[in-house]
Design a protein around this ligand. Structure first.
Ligand SMILES: C[S@@+](CC[C@H](N)C(=O)[O-])C[C@H]1O[C@@H](n2cnc3c(N)ncnc32)[C@H](O)[C@@H]1O
Length: 390
């Protein structure tokens, strides 16, 4: 299916099921969809802890569960599916290249470089940090490389690594959101995990300058979005709020048991606080500032005393501790289960965002492919947009 056609259908289908993924269970006692989809709500609420953890992680399995109640949802999985990249083996590299790179980062960079096809033009590594990707491409593709980043220390450290490797690899210390001179016409622009507006600016500027090739693995789509995401490819039916774009990158990472317990407790206590605030104010959910970790390491009663003081609420009666802590844990259990429904759409939303950039590039005259450049365990942000000037 052509990218634009897939975008149109995904846009339509996501809009059709917005009521399932847009509401945030943390903010609502019972999401509105649960009033219509009784069967689905009952099934998720009855799940074991183990199944809840699994379904919050495994988008495909969650979509299958939803499709039992809404068969049209089945189409979402195929619209959001992206094939694995046709990777080229990298030439044998000497020991210079991987100095100082943590293992997983190194594997991501190698997978990206193997998936992005060499064009023979000089490379611009956008928001390249210390330029590990740029250095690998200079060695593997034997082309001059510029890495651009706004962190002066990373640029200096990257320059030292390039000197050691004896390659043509220069650094541009600049703000990617302001810089006018880069990318330059004739450059093959690459970006691995340039957050939000940083990758969108490269795509726009690259297309305006007519760079011959772009390989972009986006991340943190919400960065640089004010209230609503502004599509690049033209008007679409779906309007994503900043929180919706954040949902695209919400991952339930498989944590060690102790970390998982602390994460669950943090959620339960915040929901216990929410229950108290609802009771004393009579109002619905209100956002609050991040909670310092040390408050979450004290007792629930102490946590509540800190919170009510900061949020300007009446003093928390110590005698109510057990009642509100229990209410928090009860809601934590429900929130985790209702979240399965919302999380099922994560990858589809991410694909919608990536398709927006891909279709924009197609409309700008590029031939574009989407692929997965590595397995999710290396990084869940594993989608690659490859564009070549047609
Ligand atoms: C997630 S890191 C990715 C680094 C590198 N591409 C990699 O994958 O190892 C994002 C990089 O963007 C840089 N960055 C953030 N905002 C920037 C800006 N406005 N201009 C240039 N670089 C920026 C950061 O310093 C950081 O090195």
């Amino acid at each position: 299916m052509r990218l634009a056609e897939r975008q149109r259908r995904l846009d339509q289908t996501l809009l059709q099921f917005r009521a399932l993924w847009h509401p945030q269970p943390f903010r609502e006692l019972r999401p509105a969809w649960a009033e219509q989809d009784h069967g689905l709500a009952e099934e998720v609420l009855a799940l074991s802890d183990e199944a809840t953890i699994h379904l919050n992680y495994d988008t495909g399995a969650a979509l299958e569960l939803l499709a039992k109640y809404r068969p049209e949802i089945g189409e979402i999985a195929s619209l959001a599916a992206v094939p694995r990249s046709q990777s080229q083996p990298l030439p044998g590299l000497d020991a210079f290249w991987d100095w100082e790179i943590p293992g997983r980062k190194r594997a991501q960079i190698e997978a990206f470089a193997a998936a992005a096809e060499r064009q023979g033009q000089p490379v611009l590594d956008w928001c390249g940090g210390k330029g590990h990707l740029g250095r690998l491409l200079a060695l593997a593709w034997k082309v001059p490389v510029h890495s651009l980043d706004f962190d002066a220390t990373l640029c200096e450290e990257g320059e030292a690594l390039a000197r050691r490797a004896g390659i043509k690899h220069c650094f541009v210390h600049a703000d990617a959101l302001q810089v006018e001179a880069w990318p330059q016409a004739g450059q093959h622009a690459v970006a691995l995990h340039a957050c939000g507006e940083l990758h969108r600016r490269l795509i726009r500027r690259g297309a305006q300058r007519g760079v011959p090739g772009l390989d972009v693995a986006p991340c943190c789509y919400y960065r640089g979005v004010d209230e609503y995401y502004e599509p690049m490819s033209g008007p679409l039916q779906l309007q994503l709020s900043r929180d919706d774009t954040r949902l695209a990158v919400t991952e339930t990472v498989t944590a060690k048991p102790r970390e998982a317990r602390l994460r669950d407790q943090a959620l339960a206590w915040k929901l216990g606080f929410d229950a108290y605030r609802r009771q004393v104010t009579g109002l619905g959910y209100r956002t609050f500032k991040p909670v310092p970790d040390r408050w979450l390491r004290a007792s629930f009663g102490e946590f509540m005393r800190h919170m009510v003081e900061r949020e300007g609420l009446p003093a928390f009666p110590g005698a109510s501790s057990a009642e509100f802590e229990r209410a928090g844990w009860q809601r934590q259990r429900e929130v985790m289960r209702y979240s399965i429904v919302r999380h099922a759409f994560r990858r589809a939303l991410e694909t919608w965002l990536v398709l927006d950039a891909a279709v924009y590039l197609e409309k700008s005259g590029y031939s574009v492919t989407l692929s997965r450049f590595c397995e999710r365990r290396l990084t869940p942000r594993n989608l690659l947009i490859s564009a070549r000037l047609a």
